[in-house]
Design a protein around this ligand. Structure first.
Ligand SMILES: *[C@@H]1O[C@H](CO)[C@@H](O)[C@H](O)[C@H]1NC(C)=O
Ligand SMILES: *[C@@H]1O[C@H](CO)[C@@H](O)[C@H](O)[C@H]1NC(C)=O
Ligand SMILES: *[C@@H]1O[C@H](CO)[C@@H](O)[C@H](O)[C@H]1NC(C)=O
Ligand SMILES: *[C@@H]1O[C@H](CO)[C@@H](O)[C@H](O)[C@H]1NC(C)=O
Ligand SMILES: *[C@@H]1O[C@H](CO)[C@@H](O)[C@H](O)[C@H]1NC(C)=O
Length: 838
């Protein structure tokens, strides 16, 4: 009897201790906080976007809570992105680029949104084997800070290394193009896409983002009915609000979003853009899903299924009833948000704990609207062999005595002759220019004739321009057969009258980079109107387009640098990151610009007013060149370039200029590698593409019928071995391991001490037990044998380590939040990131 009593009480004590130790272990060692703060940034400009990066712990982590350490008076918004490697290792940088490869949005905060907790069993999976090794924090400052003051706005993460049953993620709907006229109500920006994934996702939070004109933003899941995911007022705290309806987004469902604007009182047109004077249209869906669920994209950009928009319920733009408390909170007292509850009037972010419904049976396939696919213009591109003249009877290629180097530009004239502006023996590499854009080989003009003219059969009919150029770039031929070129080494633009090799017009100062009326910095291209007026894109270091009258007098200039990106949204319209090539659609009154490093095409009217943004996910990171022709109501032909991530492939595109929709992609066999310029020859219905490496010009023939396809043609291969054909030896700055993580000190040290102490006590108890058992063992075999197994079952440590037994998450209220899981493989593209590029 006494033995049993002693045994039981000792056992009980042990149980209590183990439970206690386990819970301490769980809460102290498995949970940690990470402060992601801007590293003492000084802000000197309006609409500054700054980024800092933080390295995550090496093991798998699940983020379960976000808390802003910022206030809306200083930080207009804060975004967190997951990264394999940040774009910079500096303390902070101007975030044109966020990450070296694709980034994944993790969290967004604006307008004093309060703390956000994820539901139980749901975490944002980062670190470890995921593609998220770093987190980049981006802060948008609308106004400069007072001189001398340094900003440390940021977000505090709570994360646990306990594996969560479900992984959270963010899916973003965004519009990248809208025109909001002055003094108008109910102007819409619409978004629609089909949802592609391996399984369903369960939305539990949503967030809206717009600037001052946004009145209401709503998002729907569409199967055969429109099911509201959420509807928010972007003037309220831009937090994640709970999804009220039980919505499940099944694969192949559609997602639709609508932003509504009221520009009453604004006397100008507003477009989507990065500055607070522009607008935005974002609808974030925070969801959880089985950890094996894979999404094809994590965002939806643009209105891809306009038919769905037509049937949107009117409720989509009816405003929410006024809520003075939330409105006050959004502008709120400029207190620090470390104590969010202090300012938020209601626990708006609280969601009921998620109970994971069993995966619903696959829905009946409703009749889905068909994706828009113009039937009229399929198989536009075909290949034909031998530019040398198979079409004219297989004549040999007299041009073969001409050797071309890296092709800067290609142009055609109204007779279908082809003008190639190439670099001969010169290769643009890291030594070509110093850091001030000054060309380094001023005494070594290119010996070759840089301008070679072929007839449409591929025979050389003229060549000129030796000992004249240093780094050929763009070329154009106007209606009067003047040849216009830009040389980025000379920083000049030149015009050669027909059949003359003496320029009769030279703009820019020889070898002198700059930004002025007659000073360019690596100008890239020229386009000439039938009136004789012309445009210059300038260029690699300036982000502007200049318009001149036919006498060469500057009329106007437009465009600015895309210094800032919102990360998830488009750099402002009218801003460029290397305007690299232009084309005129005079019949439409449009000038379209390949905004190279923003990976997009922008079209302007002939006065420089922005008209159309073309930004297809298929472009990838960069668009090198664009060329217009009137066929089929107006088509743009474009080529992209190698992207850092390797996808999508380098290829050509055909775009409907009327609505910016991608009609078709095409390619050469075995594939374009470094296309640099493209030109449509409307006379012979051909498309020419000049490549840097290998140094060649491809010819493609347009055919309305389905040709045999497949073989590309070379006007001529250069002599330079292909290894020297690369242009710029891109040097990527290695990210150093210097990104310090700011784990709170106490949390690193305290657990070790506490746990150490706690573990000693049970060990002593165990020793006592063993001794006690030994003493009584001899006479009590049966008793002890029976009893041994029972406690063991009870002590099964596994039970305590399973989530949600014996400990609770940090979250005071099991509420919602977002985050992105990311087991996602890097080969999954995110559409929103295509709209980032700086
Ligand atoms: C900002 O500077 C102060 C003083 O030098 C330093 O203590 C603090 O850690 C810095 N903050 C960040 C986030 O780097
Ligand atoms: C459409 O989606 C809603 C909400 O997720 C769901 O309740 C409904 O059953 C779905 N209908 C069909 C036909 O799949
Ligand atoms: C638009 O804004 C103006 C001024 O803020 C307001 O008076 C008007 O009621 C608003 N109209 C709608 C339809 O939102
Ligand atoms: C609004 O724009 C019109 C046309 O540009 C101009 O005439 C008018 O003065 C402007 N009004 C205000 C208040 O700026
Ligand atoms: C360019 O890159 C190649 C290959 O990495 C290297 O061998 C060469 O030295 C580089 N050239 C310059 C100018 O950096």
């Amino acid at each position: 009897m006494t033995t049993m009593t002693l045994f039981r009480s000792v056992t009980l004590t042990l149980v209590v201790w183990i439970i206690f130790v386990c819970s301490v272990v769980k809460s102290q060692t498995l949970t940690q906080k990470l402060d992601l703060l801007m590293r003492n940034a000084s802000v000197t400009m309006n609409d500054e976007y700054l980024c800092s990066s933080y390295k995550l712990p090496a093991n798998d982590q699940y983020i379960v809570q976000y808390e802003a350490l910022a206030n809306a008076g200083t930080a207009h918004h804060i975004l967190l992105f997951g990264c394999d490697e940040p774009a910079s290792s500096e303390d902070y940088w101007h975030c044109g680029r966020l990450c070296k490869s694709q980034e994944q949005i993790l969290f967004a905060w604006a307008k004093n949104a309060p703390r956000l907790n994820l539901p139980k069993d749901v975490g944002f999976h980062v670190g470890g084997q995921t593609s998220i090794k770093y987190i980049v924090i981006q802060v948008h400052y609308v106004n400069p800070l007072p001189p001398g003051s340094l900003d440390t706005s940021g977000i505090r993460l709570s994360m646990t290394s306990l594996r969560q049953r479900y992984e959270a993620g963010i899916y973003l709907l965004l519009a990248y193009s809208v025109r909001i006229p002055s003094n108008s109500v109910n102007v819409f920006a619409d978004i629609s896409c089909q949802f592609k994934a391996s399984g369903p996702i369960y939305p539990f939070g949503f967030r809206t983002h717009a600037h001052s004109l946004g009145t209401v933003i709503s998002g729907y899941q569409v199967n055969n009915t429109y099911n509201l995911i959420g509807k928010g007022n972007p003037q309220w705290p831009q937090a994640f609000y709970p999804v009220e309806n039980k919505v499940v987004i099944q694969r192949d469902d559609y997602l639709v979003g609508r932003c509504t604007y009221n520009s009453t009182g604004r006397n100008r047109t507003t477009y989507i853009g990065a500055s607070h004077n522009d607008e935005m249209c974002n609808f974030y869906i925070m969801y959880y899903a089985d950890r094996n669920t894979r999404l094809q994209y994590h965002s939806c950009a643009g209105n891809n299924n306009p038919r769905l928009i037509q049937k949107l319920p009117a409720y989509s733009y009816q405003q929410l009833p006024p809520n003075p408390l939330l409105e006050m909170a959004a502008h709120g007292p400029s207190g620090h948000m470390g104590d969010p509850e202090g300012h938020s009037p209601s626990p708006i972010v609280t969601a009921a704990p998620v109970t994971m419904a069993p995966t619903p049976a696959p829905t009946q396939a409703p009749t889905k609207p068909t994706t828009r696919k113009p039937e009229t213009v399929t198989h536009l591109m075909d290949f034909e062999s031998d530019f040398g003249g198979s079409s004219s009877g297989g004549s040999p290629t007299p041009g073969s005595e001409v050797v071309i180097g890296q092709v800067g530009g290609v142009a055609t004239d109204k007779q279908g002759n082809v003008y190639v502006f190439h670099r001969g023996e010169r290769v643009w590499n890291g030594l070509s220019f110093d850091q001030y854009h000054v060309f380094q080989q001023k005494n070594r003009p290119i010996k070759a004739n840089c301008i070679v003219v072929y007839n449409s059969a591929g025979q050389v009919i003229r060549q000129f321009g030796k000992d004249m150029f240093f780094m050929p770039h763009g070329i154009s031929v106007d209606d009067k057969l003047n040849v216009w070129v830009t040389d980025v080494g000379l920083h000049q633009v030149m015009r050669f009258p027909p059949n003359s090799d003496q320029a009769d017009l030279v703009l820019g100062q020889r070898f002198q980079p700059g930004k002025g009326d007659n000073l360019f910095c690596k100008p890239t291209d020229v386009e000439v109107l039938s009136t004789g007026e012309f445009f210059i894109s300038d260029g690699y270091c300036n982000s502007r387009i200049l318009k001149y009258d036919k006498a060469g007098t500057l009329i106007r200039e437009f465009g600015s640098s895309s210094i800032a990106t919102f990360g998830t949204a488009e750099p402002g319209s009218g801003t460029f990151n290397v305007p690299h090539s232009m084309t005129l659609a005079e019949d439409k009154g449009l000038l379209c610009v390949a905004d190279r490093e923003n990976g997009r095409i922008q079209c302007f009217d002939l006065d420089g007013n922005f008209q159309l943004m073309i930004h297809s996910p298929e472009f990838g990171d960069r668009i090198f060149a664009v060329s217009y022709c009137r066929l089929h109501g107006g088509l743009l032909f474009a080529v992209n370039g190698p992207s850092l991530s390797g996808t999508p492939p380098v290829q050509g595109f055909i775009i409907d200029i009327n609505d910016g929709q991608l009609i078709e992609t095409w390619n050469a066999k075995p594939g374009l590698r470094q296309p640099h310029d493209i030109e449509v020859d409307p006379v012979n219905l051909r498309v020419y593409v000049g490549e840097l490496d290998p140094t060649k010009v491809w010819r493609f023939d347009m055919k309305a019928d389905d040709g045999t396809g497949g073989r590309g043609n070379i006007i001529h291969s250069g002599t330079t071995p292909s290894s020297s054909g690369t242009t710029i030896n891109a040097t990527f700055v290695e990210t150093q391991e210097t990104n310090k993580k700011s784990l709170t000190q106490e949390e690193e040290i305290m657990p070790a001490i506490i746990i150490g102490a706690l573990l000693v006590i049970p060990i002593i108890i165990i020793i006592v037990i063993v001794i006690v058992i030994r003493i009584y063992k001899k006479g009590q075999h049966d008793c002890c044998g029976r009893h041994r197994s029972r406690p063991r079952k009870k002590f099964n440590i596994g039970n305590f380590l399973t989530p949600h037994r014996g400990f609770d998450r940090l979250s005071q209220e099991g509420s919602d939040t977002e985050f992105d899981p990311l087991n996602d493989d890097s080969d999954e593209e995110e559409e929103y990131s295509i709209t980032r590029k700086a």
